[in-house]
Design a protein around this ligand. Structure first.
Ligand code: EPZ
Length: 419
């Protein structure tokens, strides 16, 4: 097990290169199952979740080769079912369900575990796949799905918290090889879903309305191989942007897509940070003083739930009362108790966290609990006086490529230590 030792109080200064998006590359890699031809995916981030997906694809009979930041996958034939233990451990692997149904008309995938941020149901995934004609049963911890024929259908995929990102991905990937036209209403509009739609189109799929709440898929008999460069990770970019403002530094986010970050940049400016887009680069820095905020997480293009914990740390530095309301997941405030160890004054009122900001943080040992909460603890450590030790940083390595190295390049005093 590793931990990070952070000596805080140093403003981040310089440039950082944003890696490929974890939440785009996972469904894109799953989509390679839909053709027997080779597909090459570029700007693949070196993350444990990506390595997991590679193992899952290999366990399904695909040939997986990694060369630099590219992966070439050829599922000349797919055999059977996802490795139970592998799929159970990584929720994102649920997105092999749709392509396996599309390609081999049957799938047996372990039910994804819940996690610390919520129960993570898949009822909408199953609703959409059943609409296409799949017979699905839950048996012994597995989702057992069969679809002798997949036929296009019209289905509404919105849930109590809005659209489902991976649910939209799964239904889209099953629909591309179905007979006839599928209309997905209430589809997710996240950039990662758009990126998947572009990759499927490059493979020969016929998809309209990508990025809108209504996606139309016209089934085709088969798909061919394709090459694709994954979009930059908007949540990694948001994490560094918040860290720049919180440490009162100035950081240029090389390769970031400002158009994927509108809500985050808008809130950072409202909080008093400087956002500069001159010359095609995106630079975020501290302003004169920080101001408190009201933030509510929403489906895209609203403020992303995956940047909620990070924003909360910035709000601990803004004198006054900030309210952060989490509308996507039911328990995504695990970081609050750990931030309190650093001196943050935050109380939870139902779906909202009330942050009394303006007090300095002081370093302490803290425990990571999930991917984005871990990122928040790192930002807090960068801000706090003295040393902060963040334990269980395997959570971080799931979704941030070499975060400690990138932070050191920005002047942070961060060391990765073996526990
Ligand atoms: C994706 O998860 C992301 N993960 C999450 O990022 C992200 O937080 C989430 O989308 C929302 O943007 C990947 O892409 C691998 P959802 P996903 O289905 O698709 C409810 C990170 O930190 N729901 O959009 O699993 C669900 O409970 C991770 O990178 C149902 O009710 O999320 C939640 O309240 C965390 N029934 C809401 O919808 C369903 O069948 C949104 O979930 C599916 C979801």
């Amino acid at each position: 097990m590793y931990s990070l030792s952070i000596q805080g109080g140093v403003p981040l200064e310089g440039e950082v290169t944003i890696s490929g998006a974890k939440n785009a590359v996972l469904p894109v890699l799953a989509a390679t199952l839909l053709t027997r031809e080779p597909c090459t995916v570029r700007r693949v981030p070196n993350l444990s979740d990506v390595a997991f997906m590679g193992k899952i694809l290999s366990s399904l009979g695909a040939r997986v080769r990694v060369h630099g930041d590219s992966m070439t996958v050829q599922a000349a034939k797919t055999s059977g079912f996802g490795d139970y233990e592998l799929v159970r451990k990584m929720r994102g692997s649920i997105c092999i369900l749709g392509p396996l149904l599309g390609r081999q008309r049957e799938a047996r995938v372990s039910l994804p575990g819940g996690c610390v941020i919520g129960s993570r149901p898949i009822d909408l995934h199953l609703k959409g796949l059943r609409a296409l004609g799949a017979q699905i049963a839950i048996d012994g911890g597995y989702i057992c799905a069969r679809a002798p024929r997949l036929r296009g259908a019209e289905v509404f995929l919105g849930g109590r918290a809005g659209p489902t990102v991976l649910g939209t991905a799964n239904v889209m990937m099953a629909a591309v090889l179905a007979e006839g036209v599928t209309i997905i209403e209430g589809a997710a509009c996240e950039p990662e879903v758009v990126d998947l739609g572009h990759f499927l189109t490059a493979m020969g799929a016929r998809i309209g309305g990508i990025g809108s709440p209504t996606i139309t898929v016209t089934g085709v008999p088969e798909l061919h191989g394709a090459e694709h460069e994954v979009i930059p990770d908007r949540i990694e970019a948001a994490t560094f942007a918040v860290a720049a403002a919180a440490t009162r530094g100035t950081v240029t986010l090389r390769g970031a897509r400002p158009d994927h970050l509108s809500a985050v940049l808008d809130k950072l400016q409202e909080a008093g940070a400087r956002v500069d887009r001159a010359g095609g680069a995106l630079t975020v820095g501290a302003g004169r003083r920080l101001r408190p905020l009201d933030v509510t997480t929403q489906p895209y293009a609203g403020f992303p739930t995956d940047a909620q914990a990070q924003m909360m740390v910035l709000m601990t530095q803004a004198p006054g009362i900030s309210i952060i309301t989490e509308r996507i997941f039911e328990s995504r405030f695990m970081h609050v108790s750990e931030l309190a160890r650093l001196g943050a004054d935050i109380t939870i009122e139902g779906p909202s966290a009330v942050v009394k900001g303006g007090k300095p943080l002081s370093g302490a040992p803290v425990m990571a609990s999930d991917l984005r909460a871990s990122a928040a603890l790192v930002i807090a450590g960068l801000v706090a006086r003295g040393e902060t030790r963040v334990k269980r940083i395997y959570h971080l390595d799931r979704g941030y490529e070499q975060l400690d190295r990138k932070l050191r390049q920005l002047g942070a005093r961060v060391q990765r230590l073996q526990e």
